[in-house]
Design a binder for this molecule. Sequence first.
Ligand SMILES: C[S@@+](CC[C@H](N)C(=O)[O-])C[C@H]1O[C@@H](n2cnc3c(N)ncnc32)[C@H](O)[C@@H]1O
Length: 276
Amino acid sequence: MTVQTALRHACRLLEEGAIAVPRLTAEVLLCHALGRERPYLYGHPEEELSEAARAAFERYLQERLDGKPTQYITRRQEFYGREFLLTEDVLIPRPETEHVVETALAVAGDARHILDVGAGSGALAVTLSLELSRPVSASDISPAALAVAAENARRLGAEVRFFAGDVVEAVAARSLDLVVSNPPYVPLEEQAGLQREIRDWEPHVALFSGPEGLDMYRRLVAGATRVLRPGGWLVLELGFKTAGPVHEMLGAAWTQVRTTPDLAGFQRVLAARWRS
Ligand SMILES: C[S@@+](CC[C@H](N)C(=O)[O-])C[C@H]1O[C@@H](n2cnc3c(N)ncnc32)[C@H](O)[C@@H]1O
C-alpha cells in the first residue's frame, strides 16, 4: 500500500462512516502513523508504507470510525500558535477560546497575579504566561488534567503554578489582578443531543455544569468577588446563549462589562471589572 492508495482507502472508509472532513482526517492520521508532517504526503505519493505504519494507520482509522476525536488519537492540538499535548483527561482546546486569550491580554496591563480557573490542558494559563512573559497560576478540580497542563507548561517553557482545587477555594482574599476561565457550560439537559465525539470522549467534568450550564458561572462570579482586588478583571468564556444570564449574575459593583463575539457572531467572551 502506498501513501496515495492508503489515503484513498481511508477517505472511502471515513466517508462511509459519515466522519466529517474525511480527506483532512485521513491525512492527519496517516501523518501520525508515519511520524511526518502533511507536506511529506504530497511529496511522496508513491512511497510504500512499512508494515508497522500500515498497522498503526488501520488502528487509528478504526478508532476514528468508533468516534474517538482525531486529537485524542494524535494526542495534540494547536492553540494560539503552539502545540499542546492532550490526553482524554482534558478538553480539546477550541479555536473560540483564543478570543479569551485576546480579551485577557487586552485587559491584563501590568497584572502580576493572574489565575486561570479550570486549566484543562493548560491552554489558557500557558498561553497567557508566554504571551505576557510572567508567571500565571492555574487551578483545576481534576488532578489528571493538572498533570497534562504541567507537562505542557514544561515543554513550552511557561512559568505556571498549578494547584488542585475547587474554583478559587485556595486563593487568598483580594489578592488577584485577573481571573480567567473557560468553565464547563454545557447544560446537562443537552447531553443526549451532543455529538458522540464530545459526549462519549471528552471529560464530563469539563463539559457539564448543572441543568442549564450556569452553575459554574455562579460560583466563579461569587468567588471572583472574594479574590479580585478592587479594579481587577474577570474574563470568562461564554457558552451558547449564556451571555444574558451571566450578565445578570453581575451586580452593580461590576463595571466596564463588555462581551465580544466569536467569528460565528455568538457573544463568546465576557469581561468585567470589580469595584473600579
Ligand atoms: C471547559 S474545560 C477548559 C479547559 C481549558 N481551560 C481550555 O480552555 O481548553 C473546564 C475545566 O474546568 C475544570 N473544572 C470543572 N469543575 C471545576 C471546579 N469546580 N473547580 C476547578 N476546575 C473545575 C475541568 O476539570 C476542566 O479542566
